[in-house]
Ligand binder design. Structure first.
Ligand SMILES: *Cc1c(COP(=O)(O)O)cnc(C)c1O
Length: 360
């Protein structure tokens, strides 16, 4: 019997069981899906990022179709072992912006706090694959990180990420959020997670009770493809939204996974129905072995130009590059400004028609 055939058992909805029974080896994976030669070769090689998939997410994978987008996001391919020009294990230079372990202080008024390097499911294009599941990093670093935030009154916003923060126990999250909420200059706390997508049963009533105590709390969820929006994920997002937590999504633009207007439009529309506002669409970071995932920037600009105006403004995320070398996120927009003529500001609308505004 394989691990996804127990879908109707009571254990299935226990998030700790899901974590304990993650698919970590080629043997376990080949019991549930038919691997092609390239996937097998990749799985037998010495991967920079190991394999890890929750049974729940594995149950969304197509047994036969190796071209299925969801398969590509979590099953290694041989191309991962090819490093190309411009790639780097820490492309955003996060380590250089880290004053104490786990804190990345790039912008003046906010910090990224990497609270754990554990994640339930490993995305093959993970920006932080360099730290994911590496035992030695981030042990007992919370106290010094919190002390850093306390002693810097310019920090008003803490973004808790990892790894995946929602894989921590309720008790630990309760303590952590309590510590941060007690700092007078912290106005805003947010959590970055993929849990509602890869481990939706983690969104328990008790977790909701804990999170609700620390408002204003926002959550940004990593969504990749419309096939991820299942009844389980919808239920998890609705429970979070009902707890008054504003939800956003972050999506990485990935070749042959979601680099298509119809796929992304469908994803963004579905997200609005479960009260998740598309926040960022990321150009894929140039981590080692990512060339098979990266699209030309023109692809992203074209997608945005086909969304803006053609659909609900809420369904159009900000398309950004996180600047390699640590420059921060930079917004990329299709060109709409044409310049100035006789005091009039000239610009194009979504259909490409030229309009002018008296700008004297
Ligand atoms: C993305 C990011 C943030 C948050 O950026 P926003 O644009 O405010 O969402 C903060 N710090 C770091 C290091 C980041 O990478």
């Amino acid at each position: 019997m394989d691990i996804i055939s127990v879908k109707n058992d009571e254990n299935w909805n226990n998030w700790k069981w899901q974590i304990k029974n993650r698919i970590l080896t080629i043997q376990e994976l080949s019991k549930i899906i038919d691997l092609d030669d390239a996937e097998k070769e990749a799985l037998k090689s010495n991967l920079l990022l190991p394999l890890a998939i929750t049974p729940y997410y594995a149950s969304l994978l197509d047994k036969k179709d190796t071209k299925q987008p969801l398969r590509k996001t979590v099953i290694p391919r041989v191309e991962e072992n090819i490093c190309s020009a411009g790639e780097n294990k820490d492309p955003l230079d996060e380590d250089r912006y880290s004053p104490v372990p786990g804190i990345i202080h790039r912008y003046p008024d906010r910090v990224l706090f990497l609270v754990t390097n554990f994640c339930s499911t490993f995305c093959r294009y993970c920006t932080r694959s360099r730290i994911i599941s590496k035992e030695e990093i981030y042990k007992n670093h919370w106290v010094s990180a919190i002390k850093y935030i306390k002693s810097n009154s310019s920090i008003r916003d803490v973004l808790i990420s990892g790894g995946d923060p929602l894989t921590l126990s309720d008790t630990k999250l309760d303590w952590l959020l309590g510590e941060l909420r007690n700092i007078p200059h912290i106005e805003f706390i947010r959590i970055g997670t993929k849990v509602p997508v890869v481990l939706p049963m983690r969104i328990t009533d008790n977790l909701i009770r804990v999170l609700k105590r620390y408002h204003p709390l926002w959550i940004t969820i990593h969504f990749t493809h419309p096939e991820e929006i299942t009844p389980e994920t919808s239920k998890a997002c609705n429970a979070l939204a009902d707890a008054g937590i504003p939800l956003g999504s972050q999506t990485v633009l990935l070749k042959d996974v979601n680099d298509d207007v119809e796929i992304l439009k469908n994803l963004f529309h579905k997200l609005l129905t479960i009260r998740v506002r598309p926040y960022y669409l990321y150009q894929c970071d140039p981590i080692l072995g990512s060339s098979h995932f990266r699209t030309p920037i023109a692809t992203g600009l074209n997608i945005i130009s086909k969304l803006r105006g053609f659909t609900t403004g809420y369904a159009v995320p900000n398309y950004v590059i996180d600047a390699p070398g640590g420059g921060g996120k930079v917004l990329l927009l299709p060109k709409s400004i044409l310049g100035k003529k006789d005091g009039y500001f000239m610009f194009k609308n979504y259909k490409g028609e030229v309009y002018r505004y008296p700008d004297f």
